[in-house]
Design a protein around this ligand. Structure first.
Ligand code: SF4
Length: 274
């Protein structure tokens, strides 16, 4: 996995610049975990702030019309929501779709509902957070016992034919042991191209890590109930592009104009961070 810089190129206002345009949808903010580095400040006590099925479907439709490359569903833990399966089925029928999850809720009816839409669906991938090849490198931030449950769940999902991508946050605890998580993903049959390592960011609950904002991040259009944001790293006010979700094209136009302004300086280098 890779966090790397991209030079921003200029673009015509009427078409999308030549990089991967991603739409991120914050489905909800509550979560079964309370990770101490959570940039979204999610926890079991967080307000749900659910985007809702109708909004999610309209966002997917507008993203397809605008020519986006991929839609990501994130939270919170999206699989807390009853309507997440319908959201994913709708989106993956129209565009490449990823859903971020800690993979700890896939038992009984949740697993059955996922299996009803996922296996054999080449447009849908589950992106699972896994910070270590050994429990202590993951559980330090995410809670005791979470590593084992996540690894067990990954194997269950794989047995049922689901596509898994792994996302690792590099922290002071695991930074000297990333070879172990790479060894684990290989042993699980997950290729290098489906393993991402990104640095810790100082946002939300995280008090350590990189300072990232609209000035050094390549945009990835992000929506929650409050509007549109520059990047899924944060839905804080300083990252907000628009207070209206719809039409999505208005916020995209603003982002394009800002990218054009950055590119016109001739010295822009923005980091990808997902
Ligand atoms: S980092 Fe992910 S799993 Fe952990 S509390 Fe935040 S949303 Fe939940």
């Amino acid at each position: 996995m890779y966090t790397h810089a991209n030079n921003v190129s200029t673009s015509q206002p009427s078409c999308l610049p030549a990089f991967q345009w991603k739409l991120w949808i914050y489905t909800n903010y509550d979560c079964n975990l309370r990770c101490s580095y959570c940039v979204a400040k999610s926890s079991p006590n967080a307000l749900r702030r659910a985007i809702g099925l109708a909004n999610a479907q309209r966002l997917v439709d507008e993203a397809v019309t605008l020519g986006f490359d991929e839609v990501f569903f994130t939270g919170g833990e999206p699989f807390i929501l009853k309507e997440i399966y319908e959201m994913l089925a709708y989106s993956s029928a129209r565009i490449k779709t990823s859903v971020l999850t800690n993979a700890m809720l896939f038992q009984n009816s949740r697993l059955e509902q996922l299996l009803a839409i996922a296996p054999g669906n080449d447009n849908l991938i589950l992106q699972v957070s896994l910070d270590g090849g050994e429990p202590e490198h993951h559980d330090f931030y995410r809670g005791k016992g979470s590593w084992q449950k996540t690894v067990d769940s990954i194997q269950t999902l794989q047995r049922h034919g689901l596509k898994i991508r792994l996302s690792t946050t590099e922290t002071p605890v695991n930074t000297g042991h990333l070879d172990l998580v790479c060894g684990l993903h290989r042993s699980l049959g997950i290729p290098e191209s489906d393993h991402f390592i990104r640095p810790l960011a100082k946002r939300g609950y995280s008090k350590e890590g990189l300072d990232l904002d609209m000035g050094n991040l390549l945009p990835e259009v992000t929506v929650n109930l409050d509007g549109v944001f520059w990047h899924p790293l944060s839905t804080d006010a300083d990252m907000q592009v628009s207070k209206s979700i719809f039409p999505l094209s208005t916020a995209v136009q603003r982002i394009q104009e800002q990218l054009d302004a950055i590119a016109s300086t001739g010295r822009a280098s923005l980091m990808t961070f997902t």
